[in-house]
Design a protein around this ligand. Structure first.
Ligand code: NAD
Length: 483
């Protein structure tokens, strides 16, 4: 077509089964909308029972050869995926902004960081080693090998639609497993784009299958299937617990990356202005829809006022708008239900005597925009201090005694990420030991790199993605002895 800019084309949505892209063809479909404009972007086909059965048997058949493939061959494909992701980052990023809402620069950065994840797994999958255990008799050999667990079922969310899916794909495929993945129906373009990357990189048919539909129906069917040996889910604690119960009832292994309510501790000796500015900017990343978003800000008394002023001023200055427009620092929330949630947090805060320092309401009548919001003077049982906000809303809390702050930080059932700002090595050491969290970031934000493990404790989940731990969830131990 004359004058058509290829990068302006929204992804052709499809299922991906046994190496084929399957479009709607009379299947049930659902609308995919742009959260900034409300525009219908496309229709997403849902998988039928027959599609799910086909994906299961394709994954089972592919496992026979993929599980025995050379790590060098698997590595080559993952490297190619990284190369293609870099080449296509602008187009993929643009479509992520369209169906998820985040600013274009953040969407492109998500794709580029995933190229690193693919590359790192390409290197590390060549180092899935076993071990030899010294025997009690000289003629005996005792060997431990790690083998791919089998067909995996994965369920990934809409907040980082490319990253969350890619992390599961590279870990499963790198370890020799095959995979059926259900991505986020609200923001599906990234996962279809991923299927195209693996397809074009030469992944054999059946190793990766993508399905869409009603989430609870698909997960129920796949987790119960005897073909599936492992389940990996990223999403809310509530859904994670439901799926973990079902997986447990069928004795399936699981990796659970669930929600958080990350505490921030800013001590009197911190570089307060830097901490306040960094934290405000980090808070609005992806409009706060990040499982490790800082969400409870405990600030020590002496520096509280100064921190609150700088933090509030920075959040109030954030440019909110359509993520495709230049200069926009925060896009809309991903869907209408998140705006309703933000309003409920604010209503509850006000009803309990909380004060709004900035923001506090939706912006405009089109799209799901909500103002960056700061709330102060909240009692400990406020909804915002007990439920994960998953949005651009930040409660500020004062503390005097460090032990009291740690106790308040640890008081919730969550244990994903945490943040500490202090210039004292003693305080940093004490806080990092005492915080009940899978990740502690001191004076900077350093999580979610390809080479570092990402995961939570308590209700925030089980297992890690990234780092050398990445493959553990996809491998089983076999002990072999002979004489
Ligand atoms: P939700 O719990 O309904 O859905 C979260 C994700 O899980 C979605 O992608 C959804 O498609 C999927 N899902 C829901 N039910 C499922 C099921 N039975 N089987 C398989 N997948 C299922 O909530 P939501 O309104 O979409 O998102 C809001 C909440 O989700 C937030 O409060 C946050 O706690 C959580 N969340 C967490 C992450 C994370 O990275 N840990 C990501 C997205 C959402």
């Amino acid at each position: 077509m004359k004058g058509l800019n290829l990068s302006d084309i929204y992804e052709t949505l499809a299922l991906y089964i046994e190496g084929e892209f399957v479009e709607s063809d009379g299947r049930r479909t659902e609308e995919v909308r742009n959260p900034a404009t409300g525009e219908v972007l496309a229709h997403l086909p849902h998988a039928s029972r027959a599609d799910l059965d086909r994906a299961l048997s394709a994954a089972e058949r592919a496992f026979v050869s993929w599980s025995k493939s050379s790590p060098l061959d698997r590595s080559r494909i993952l490297r190619k995926v990284a190369e293609l992701a870099r080449e296509r980052a602008s187009e993929i990023g643009r479509n992520i902004t369209r169906d998820q809402g985040k600013p274009l620069s953040e969407a492109i950065a998500e794709v580029l960081s995933c190229a690193e994840h693919a590359e790192w797994h390409a290197e590390e999958c060549r180092r899935i080693y076993g071990r030899v255990i010294p025997p009690r008799q000289p003629n005996v050999r005792q060997i431990v090998v790690r083998e791919p667990v089998g067909v995996c079922a994965a369920f990934t969310p809409w907040n980082f639609p490319f990253n969350q899916a890619l992390r599961k794909m590279v870990a499963a495929l790198g370890s020799g497993c095959t995979l059926i993945l259900k991505g986020p129906e609200d923001s599906p373009s990234a996962v279809v784009a991923l299927a195209r990357l693996f397809h074009d990189a030469g992944l054999p048919p059946g190793c990766l299958n993508i399905v869409w539909g009603v989430p609870s129906e698909i997960s129920d069917y796949l987790i119960r299937s005897p073909s599936v040996r492992k389940v990996s889910f990223t999403g809310s604690v509530g859904v994670g617990k439901q799926l973990a119960s079902l997986a447990g009832a069928h004795m399936k292994r699981g990796t659970w990356e669930l929600g958080g309510h990350s505490p921030v501790l800013v001590f009197d000796d911190a570089d307060v202005d830097t901490a306040a500015t960094m934290l405000a900017r980090f808070k609005v990343r992806n409009a706060g829809q990040v499982c490790v978003s800082p969400s409870r800000f405990f600030v020590q008394s002496k520096v509280y006022d100064r921190f609150a002023a700088r933090f509030t001023e920075t959040l109030a200055s954030i440019k909110v708008g359509n993520g495709l427009d230049s200069g926009v620092e925060m896009g809309p929330l991903a869907h209408a239900r998140r705006v309703v949630e933000m309003e409920a947090f604010v209503d509850d805060a006000l009803a309990r005597g909380g004060k709004i320092a900035t923001g506090g309401a939706r912006l405009g009548h089109t799209g799901h925009f909500f103002a960056p919001t700061v709330v102060t003077d909240l009692p400990a049982d406020a909804r915002l201090l007990t439920n994960e906000p998953f949005g651009p809303i930040a409660p500020l809390l004062r503390f005097s005694d460090p032990q009291e702050a740690i106790a308040r930080a640890n008081a919730l059932p969550f244990g994903l990420s945490s943040y500490v700002f202090t210039e004292s090595l003693k305080t940093a050491t004490y806080a990092s030991g005492a915080l009940e969290a899978g990740m502690v970031n001191i004076n900077h934000f350093g999580s979610a790199l390809a080479e570092t493990p990402f995961g939570g404790v308590k209700d925030s989940g089980v297992g890690s993605e990234g780092g050398t731990e990445s493959f553990d969830g996809y491998l089983v131990i076999k002990y072999i002895t002979h004489c």
